[in-house]
Design a protein around this ligand. Structure first.
Ligand code: UDP
Length: 270
């Protein structure tokens, strides 16, 4: 990874720049896309930030907003606060990048949740760190764990748990008992963000990332679009063809871009 190749002095300069916190430990390299402040970071930088939190044992909540998140946040102030109060706010969808262009302050690119999970797993494997996988239907997290360990030899899986539980406290206890360095929370939005916020004080894990349907992809149960679709930002089209019943959710993408256009015309008001 690019950052790991830097000399140690340059690496720590870069880290200091990345770690320009405000009082709550929130990174300052932000790009405002309407009401959500995103971290304009590359994948390598995002993982470097997460790993810095693991080294320091400080909390890093990672969220991955897309068009659907933004539209939910418009009517849900609690959700918006959780997103903006997170230490890493990654632009998961191409919609966010397009909206930032419409607003005239373009983001560098997107950092998808699945790619972040893979890159984090690689960094953890290298550092001897461990991961807890929470979410999706029974058996999926175990399958994802096997696939991750195969792809990243040396990665320690601290534990797994499905996402269909009635009581949250025993799940929090199981996570704490496993002592992971990082936790992937794949319960769908906003449930995963509520889980992370509700148990912020109890969870003894430095990095926790809300990654939606990523567990199904990591397990190989859902196929990602071929690279050519990913490169030109048309992953959503591939997904729509594969899962036409998602059209209602997909229809939110143009709505979000429309919001950005109205925002730009009105000069910063939705
Ligand atoms: N899920 C879960 N518990 C729940 C509801 C959902 O573990 O109570 C899982 C679901 O099985 C799926 C993921 O959360 O793996 C949400 O997937 P979705 O496709 O909605 O996420 P997206 O990536 O589109 O945000």
């Amino acid at each position: 990874m690019r950052l790991f190749c830097l000399s140690s002095q340059r690496k720590s300069d870069k880290l200091n720049k990345l770690r320009d916190y405000d009082g709550r430990g929130v990174f300052r390299i932000k790009k405002q896309v309407m009401t959500i402040a995103f971290d304009n970071l590359t994948m390598e930088e995002a993982v470097e930030c997460a790993m810095a939190h693991i080294a320091e044992r400080t909390r890093c909540r990672v969220v991955t907003p897309n068009a659907e998140f933004a539209l939910e946040a418009k009517k849900n102030p609690r959700f918006l606060n959780i997103l903006n109060g997170s230490q890493l706010v990654l632009a998961d969808g191409v919609s966010v990048v397009l909206a930032s262009r419409i607003l005239g302050d373009p983001m560098g690119g997107r950092v998808t949740g699945v790619d972040f999970a893979q890159a984090l797993a690689a960094a953890l494997a290298k550092a001897g760190g461990s991961l807890f996988l929470l979410g999706a239907k029974p058996g999926v997290a175990e399958k994802a764990a096997e696939a991750l360990q195969l792809a990243h030899p040396g990665l320690r899986i601290a534990g797994t748990h499905d996402g269909y539980f009635k009581e949250e406290a025993p799940v929090v206890d199981a996570i704490n008992a496993a002592h992971p360095d990082a936790l992937l929370v794949c319960l769908g939005a906003p449930k995963q963000e509520y889980f992370m916020e509700d148990h912020d004080a109890q969870l003894e894990v430095p990095v926790m990332a809300g990654l939606g349907g990523s567990m199904d992809v990591l397990a190989g149960n859902v196929q990602r679009a071929p690279a050519v679709f990913q490169k030109c930002g048309m992953e959503w089209l591939y997904r729509l063809v594969k899962e036409p019943k998602r059209w209602r959710r997909m229809a939110k993408l143009p709505l979000y871009l429309w919001d950005a256009l109205v925002w730009r015309i009105k000069g910063g008001k939705g």
